[in-house]
Design a protein around this ligand. Structure first.
Ligand SMILES: [Mg+2]
Length: 320
């Protein structure tokens, strides 16, 4: 199957066309319009088979995740997603695989009203690169660098589920069928916190998405903002399927060090703390206060019930 027919057959969906797309798939380039008063926000992420997901992952999940991780980066800036483009390297033009992949891609892009505006396919090892574009009102981008001493540190959702799911897939851990289904869903079909991100741009001082693991990602904020922080590990949000499957100390290790959560980690001032719950009420996600920032330059301390806490695990190890 030729490149042209792959793009035409599987990815040119006429179902929803955004009005800001003048020319979509089918010409040499896409032509789009950025609304007045908004900045264009762009991010790109590549997933490599055998590195970022196990080789036997279902095609629908691969497509979902490739889009979701990019929308998560947009969410971390407070941006509203608009368009994506796809570069797909495939060992062979397997029609069944392509059909499942395009189904996964259409499901998540339709859910977030995002339009695929261009694509390229080549023959090679299975690799998916997505570039995502979004909008943000001028000068309102949430960054890593504006956290302040005294800010409260919050995280959405729960942490560590994807890390445990990965260990279940690779046979190092086990869980009940129901817990397994939930945890694998968290690994294969992560939820980008798009609505929470746009809500937070008026409230938070800084924000990042948790992709490498809480410890690594919190350190990015501390380094960029020249702050320190104390995290109370006994406050970390842990899902019930996680609590049912492993000891607390292991659950905390997953929550602190495993990656692939795609939750938002953010800091807010004392004055904004009261507004947070109301603001997040319609974003379908809870947020948990897990610590506080201080003036100790780039130093991160962990505490369990106010006693110092140590773990011997650093950032996320990609599948290999
Ligand atoms: Mg990120």
């Amino acid at each position: 199957m030729k490149e042209f027919s792959i793009i035409e057959s599987f990815f040119k969906s006429g179902r929803h066309q955004r009005r800001d797309v003048e020319i979509g798939i089918g010409d040499d380039c896409a032509v789009t319009n950025v609304p007045e008063g908004q900045s264009l926000v762009v991010t790109t992420d590549t997933l490599v088979s055998g590195v970022h997901f196990p080789e036997d992952t279902e095609a629908r999940a691969i497509a979902h995740k490739a889009i979701a991780v990019n929308l998560s980066d947009l969410a971390a800036m407070g941006a509203e997603p608009a368009w994506v483009s796809l570069s797909l390297s495939l060992p062979e033009a397997d029609e069944e695989w392509l059909s499942d992949f395009s189904r996964g891609l259409h499901e998540i892009t339709e859910y977030y009203t995002v339009q695929l505006i261009g694509g390229d396919t080549v023959k090679g090892p299975l690799t998916i690169t997505i570039t995502a574009h979004g909008f943000i009102p001028k000068e309102q981008a949430l960054t890593r660098s504006k956290a302040r001493p005294g800010d409260w540190l919050y995280v959405t959702g729960t942490l560590g589920d994807a890390g445990l799911a990965f260990d279940i897939i690779t046979g190092r851990k086990d869980a009940t069928p129901a817990d397994k289904e939930y945890l694998l869903g968290r690994l294969n079909y992560p939820t980008p916190r798009v609505l929470a991100g746009t809500t937070l741009r008026r409230i938070a001082h800084s924000c990042i998405d948790v992709s490498d693991g809480l410890l690594s990602d919190v350190q990015h904020i501390l380094n960029a903002s020249n702050c320190g922080a104390v995290i109370h590990v006994d406050k970390l949000p842990i899902s019930k399927p996680m609590m049912d499957s492993v000891e607390l100390s292991e659950a905390l290790r997953y929550a602190l060090a495993a990656g692939d959560d795609y939750e938002l980690l953010f800091t807010i001032s004392e004055e904004q703390k009261g507004n947070l719950e109301v603001a997040l009420a319609n974003s379908n996600v809870s947020a948990t206060c897990i610590g506080q920032l201080n003036g100790m330059s780039e130093k991160l301390e962990l505490k369990f019930e106010d006693e110092p806490y140590h773990i011997n695990a650093s950032g996320y190890q990609h599948f290999a």
